[in-house]
Design a protein around this ligand. Structure first.
Ligand SMILES: Cc1cc2nc3c(=O)[nH]c(=O)nc-3n(C[C@H](O)[C@H](O)[C@H](O)COP(=O)(O)O)c2cc1C
Length: 307
């Protein structure tokens, strides 16, 4: 018998807990040549803003000894082109479509959501990008202050009945209080974490390696930080958590779920092995079968801690 990989992220039902992270999987079509996207629990699309954005000046990627730095700066096609050219493609796959949105202000966030709500196409949930470290206005500001995070989430809650997932930044002193604020304001779930603020320098030229000087660190280097943040959030709120940060194997997925994540997102690993997320789903199923775990959901939050 095959293990049951289904999980629920609040009102969002997923066939398995493995999603792909925003900004690391394009709009989905870029990865469709590598595997059938229907194997995934869900696809989180690149962040969409009201107007198209060109993003930050190059170079926008730098490798470091431990982790990758990026400063893409939310380059995207804008909500109109997204609905017209990108969203139709994803409809054919039997996987959750989670549209990641952002704005410079609460009003812009609201306008993007309103426009998406008008579309007749399938959207299963929204992920609110409160946490990009690479944009001058907005971005991280939305999840750096609990009052702001609460206010924006309350405003957006009124625009849609679809599941709202607030994506949080680790670049704060107390991520739990931000999670509490968005939960109180009506978010159905939180996802954590976005990238960690970082910097790389070329000592010969004495110049920063990124055009925007600082950027976001991602990859396996940030996994221990991400696990700690998921744990902090788990202790603070009852809404489900989607774990993100350095996941590249089924073992990583198990660790995040045991700590308290109901689902996970695979990010930087997609750049290294394009069908990585599909392999993880297959490996997870195999592992559960071998170990006699009939429902993967039973693992959520089962961390053993002796006090
Ligand atoms: C090149 C790149 C672009 C990203 N763009 C976005 C984005 O548009 N929106 C967003 O919410 N997160 C974005 N992220 C953050 C990822 O979704 C994820 O939260 C982060 O990379 C940590 O996961 P990882 O270590 O598995 O990559 C981006 C990350 C990378 C590496």
């Amino acid at each position: 018998m095959s293990a049951d990989l289904q999980v629920a992220v609040g009102p969002l039902a997923l066939k398995n807990p493995v999603l792909v992270a925003s900004g690391t999987f394009g709009y989905g079509e870029e990865f469709a040549p590598y595997f059938d996207l229907s194997i995934l629990g869900g696809v989180v699309t690149k962040t969409i803003t009201l107007e198209p954005r060109a993003g930050n000046p190059p170079p926008r990627i730098a490798e470091t000894t431990a982790g990758m730095l990026n400063s893409i700066g939310l380059a995207n096609v804008g909500v109109e082109a997204f609905i017209r050219d990108k969203l139709p493609f994803l409809q054919q796959f039997s996987t959750a479509i989670i549209v990641n949105v952002a704005g410079r202000s609460a009003e812009e966030f609201q306008a993007v959501l309103r426009r998406l709500e008008e579309s007749e196409l399938r959207i299963d949930a929204y992920e609110l990008n409160y946490s990009c470290p690479n944009v001058k206005e907005g971005g991280m500001a939305f999840s750096a202050n609990p009052h702001v995070a609460h206010a924006v989430t309350s405003t957006l809650r009124k625009v849609t009945t679809r599941p709202l997932i607030a994506k949080l930044t680790p670049n704060v002193t107390n991520i739990a209080e931000i999670a509490r604020a968005v939960a109180e304001a009506g978010a159905d779930a939180v996802s954590a974490i976005n990238t960690l603020l970082g910097m790389a320098v070329d000592y010969r030229t004495r110049r920063p390696k990124l055009g925007s000087i600082v950027g976001g660190l991602s990859g396996p280097a940030i996994k221990p930080v991400a696990l700690a943040k998921v744990w902090e959030i788990k202790k603070a709120v009852d809404i489900p958590i989607i774990g993100i940060g350095g996941i590249q194997s089924y073992e990583d997925v198990l660790e995040f779920m045991i700590v308290g994540a109901s689902a996970v997102q695979v990010g930087t690993a997609n750049f290294v092995v394009p069908d990585c997320a599909a392999r993880i789903v297959r490996d997870l199923e195999k592992y559960c079968d071998q170990e006699g775990i009939s429902r993967v959901a039973d693992l959520i939050g089962t961390l053993q801690v002796s006090t």
